[in-house]
Design a protein around this ligand. Sequence first.
Ligand code: FE2
Ligand code: FE2
Length: 199
Amino acid sequence: MPDGLLSDKRSGDSDSEKDMDWRSRPLLELTLHIVNIHHYSARLEMPHLNGLLVQVALAHAAEHPELRRIKALFHELRSSLSEHMHEEEATLFPYIRVMEDAASGKGHLLTPPTWTLRAPIQTMSHGHANVRNLLKEMRQASSNYTASPDACFSCKILFEKLAAFDRSLVEHLYLEDEILFPRAIERRIGKDGRMRDEG
Ligand SMILES: [Fe+2]
Ligand SMILES: [Fe+2]
């Protein structure tokens, strides 16, 4: 990987104070943070980025055919991510919250205790792998979001915004893959409907 190229890994800060905080905060708070910050900003930013991409590709794809490729990749990313976030909000995150409530005696599990988190988490992780692949292809197609020297102002703005979107998405996937999912899965539900440590 060339120096300075954005990566789908965070820059060695897995033990940062922020991480440690999310490793101990209630899962309810973490799921709300992911939805209210990362899902919200992605939904807000994607139509705007798409509009910019359409505009820039229309004006400059003849001299810069890579813009068509970036546009197609972003279109696929937008579609996959929208569906993925909806599934998390509609099924997995509510279930994680119910599990946590049941563990603290605040509620009961309506879903049969045999229902396991592993399968849906695996499905979400596959979705993340797909998103990471699309990000990787977008970085390659855009030379790591570097506008050519002759690029217009809109193109420069577009690449800056795509780079920021990429960084936010990497943080989003990190919080789910490295903190939320492992914390949720390391617990399981006992016959009494209460969570307990697995093992
Ligand atoms: Fe998410
Ligand atoms: Fe996700």
